[in-house]
Design a protein around this ligand. Structure first.
Ligand code: TMP
Length: 195
């Protein structure tokens, strides 16, 4: 059975809905499970949400997400030491993919750089579900939300998804066709966690 599971994908891919359903099923089946997410609701996490909305400098956004994650990672480590299952909606690959896309024309190899400065400071998930969807479809799913942040544009999300796909060569990743029915995806994720 897998213990630390992260859910990744572009905005509107359905990963938050599915991760919550997986969490609820694990809980109702009697497992000791934590649901957590990034950006977190800590002071730093709230600050980075403001930075995104304002369209702040991408380096400031990158360092703030990484700072939020380093603290979150310490908490996750404690939960894992207490034998809990941890379900995390967005984690390190969000920074590598989103800030990698933001920094693409500013520095060389931004994804490797972002990985180098954070990777050995945080716990690594046993499994990362990567939700794949055409950005045109994902944006059409979220377009009626009250407020769209600057990242929620097809052209940007195309770059983000390409970065995710480049990262997903590691066997830790399981790619999910996010156009499938929510119930079907939930079952795929649940069964995989159990295996
Ligand atoms: P959310 O919609 O999942 O709450 O995430 C808010 C936005 O923040 C979403 O567009 C993805 C973005 N994001 C990053 O750009 N980098 C990160 O490291 C994380 C965790 C989220």
């Amino acid at each position: 059975m897998k213990r630390f599971i992260s859910f990744e994908g572009i905005d509107g891919s359905g990963k938050s809905t599915v991760s919550k359903l997986v969490y609820k099923k694990l809980k109702s089946d009697g497992y000791d499970v934590i649901y957590t997410f990034e950006p977190t609701n800590s002071e730093i996490g709230v600050q980075v949400q403001k930075y995104i909305k304002e369209g702040a400098d991408p380096f400031v956004i990158s360092f703030t997400f990484i700072a939020d994650r380093i603290l979150h990672g310490k908490q996750i480590k404690k939960w894992l030491e207490k034998e809990k299952i941890v379900i995390c909606d967005r984690y390190a690959e969000s920074t590598y993919s989103y800030q990698g896309a933001q920094l693409k024309d500013i520095i060389k190899r931004p994804m490797s750089w972002l990985q180098d400065i954070s990777e050995n400071k945080i716990p690594i998930p046993d499994r990362t579900f990567l939700f794949i969807i055409d950005p045109e479809i994902s944006v059409s799913r979220i377009k009626n939300r009250d407020y769209l942040i600057p990242f929620e544009k097809v052209s940007f999300l195309k770059k983000v998804q390409k970065n995710y796909l480049d990262l997903s060569v590691d066997k830790r990743f399981l790619k999910i066709d996010a156009t499938k029915k929510i119930e079907e995806i939930t079952k795929i994720c649940y069964d995989d966690i159990m295996s």
